[in-house]
Ligand binder design. Sequence first.
Ligand code: NAD
Length: 266
Amino acid sequence: MSSIEGKVAIVTGAASGIGREIARELARAGAAVAIADLNIDGANAVAAELVATGARAMGIAMDVTDEDAVNAGTATVVEAFGGLDVLVSNAGIQIVNPIEHYAYADWKKMLAIHLDGAFLTTRAALPHMYRAGADGRSRGGVVVYMGSVHSHQASPLKSAYVTAKHGLLGLSRTLAKEGAKHGVRSHVVCPGFVRTPLVDKQIPEQARELGISEDEVVSRIMLGNTVDGIFTTVEDVAQTVRFLVEFPTAALTGQSFVVSHGWHMQ
Ligand code: NAD
């Protein structure tokens, strides 16, 4: 039996792509899963899919940049499922442009979703993980932030994304130190390119900006530095998150795990 059995998880941005597969994987492992997303129809559809398999799941309308929505959504999940053990802060978008043309509004939007969203969801989750049970010990928990190879490397056109994804390392490491005495562990998972809507949108945009073909964007920019020319999959990332959630001790905390077919080695 997985140690996740009976735990409660919130996964943000789980109506699509990587977050959706993480929600599926945690549900397969026996967790009750809240699918929190701006796209409530998508979130409800994922929840319905999981419920149909016998899992406990619910869709939650949540803009991770909205403090009230994050607090209220987290409280709703705790009320419905009786607590909170796992937060996967995954919601994200991409806006590519060279720095000199990067609109300030786009910069602020990127940092708000990736960094403010990570902070707000963490702050809302922690009181439930820190809360002491009848034995006087904290409930504990695991927080996983969706970083990227861009938590460690830079690429042209991605100033805000690279800045935000680097920033998550700082938040995660601070939480690893603060949360330890409450049994809370924290990690950043750092995928290479995964074929999701977020990446599909970038291919023509990068081709235009860089003056190369879409095939070259894929073969050179996205997969050129991997060891095997293969995209990382949503399953690869979800299994890594599951491993980190299941890992039993703080021997692993404050770490970043790169899942990238060797694109980035640390
Ligand atoms: P996706 O576009 O498939 O899914 C992103 C989800 O986030 C969508 O359901 C969207 O509605 C939701 N979302 C966007 N803004 C939100 C907000 N303000 N509040 C709540 N939900 C919001 O993208 P994906 O590729 O699955 O990306 C998920 C995460 O993985 C992102 O943080 C992204 O940066 C990261 N990532 C993706 C890749 C990749 O290659 N796809 C690589 C590394 C890291």
